[in-house]
Design a protein around this ligand. Sequence first.
Ligand SMILES: [Mn+2]
Length: 405
Amino acid sequence: MSIKILHTADWHIGKQLLKIDFLEDMNLFLHWLIKCIEENEINVLLMSGDLFDQANPSQLAMKQYYYFLKQLLPLKCKVILTGGNHDSPHVINAPKELLEILDITVVGGVPEAVSELFVEIEVDNQKVVVAAVPFLRDKDIRNVVPGESYDDKIELIRHGINTYFSGVNEYYKANHNGVPFIVMAHLYAQGASVSESEREIQIGNQAGVESAIFGEEPHYVALGHIHRPQIVGKSHIRYSGSPIALSFSEKEDRKEVVILELEGNEFNISSLPIPQFRKLISIKGTVEEVKKVISNYKSESSLIDLAEVLIEEENENIEHIRILEELLTTESENGLQILKGSIKFKNELAGTSKLLTKGEDVSDFSPLQLFEKRLEQDASIESTQDFVNAFKEIMESMQSSDSID
Ligand SMILES: [Mn+2]
């Protein structure tokens, strides 16, 4: 018997994408996870942040979380769960003492002492120690310096993160040296490839860190924050990714959980694919092509598949726009729901927006001035005066009493 650990992250319970609620997806995933933990005899479950999608999760989201924990209890699997940037440390920590009795450790936010991050696990005389580091907020890791620039701020955050993890390693060396060591973290490690639903990471904690900040001490780093499963730098530093696709940019991602098996002082690392409960697809083409794909669509998923539609037509046509609007408001058919759409015309008439530079408003110009701006953009026109005269003539016939210049 060796200690078996499962690493997952970024559940985003309560997540909605436009009008779709991922509640049912989450139900299916959590059901699968319970079975997976049972069948693989997992001793420890690590969830590296972003448990909920919202700082103030809905009652349904909370209920789903507690129901999952209840289902897990008979399996005697130790749970260690950290707060991510989406989570409120207070919401995660509220039931902390009660959960501790049930062998569920939650670290919602940065605790007062580094020692509070450490959890030692012993199974059949084998030991593992976990440092459950949650998302590090600005205020946790640096002192605000008045008048600092944006770049200064990023540099200070990066430095703060670095210092924090050095402290974690120092504590490990002083108190647990030699014990197989796992560090959990919720952050953006430089070099990781990101998707649409992670755009928020660009704001607030823009500071991507080098994976070298984790140092030489950890035998495994269980990362959360990036939704695509991946290795960062070295094979023992990994994002498990989110269990379900949370945006169209994740539609090609495989979804998985990472399994660690202790062998001597090292971990054997493998991954288990998570079944896909619904597909997210993109449909591209002309109106006719898109409509054909939709009417011939065959879904094999247990939940309704979701599509984004990208229509491209030669010429601008109000009818095409109407059809797209209709697709977006129609109920799902053939197990497919159109959720999102855009339309592009190759021969788009140049709109006024392209004529103006930043800060200019269309009302700042007379119609003739705008027309002249448009002419300037077209290098193929040799004699602009003929066009200007023709334009004046048209304008005069439209509003014969007004001066147009
Ligand atoms: Mn996150």
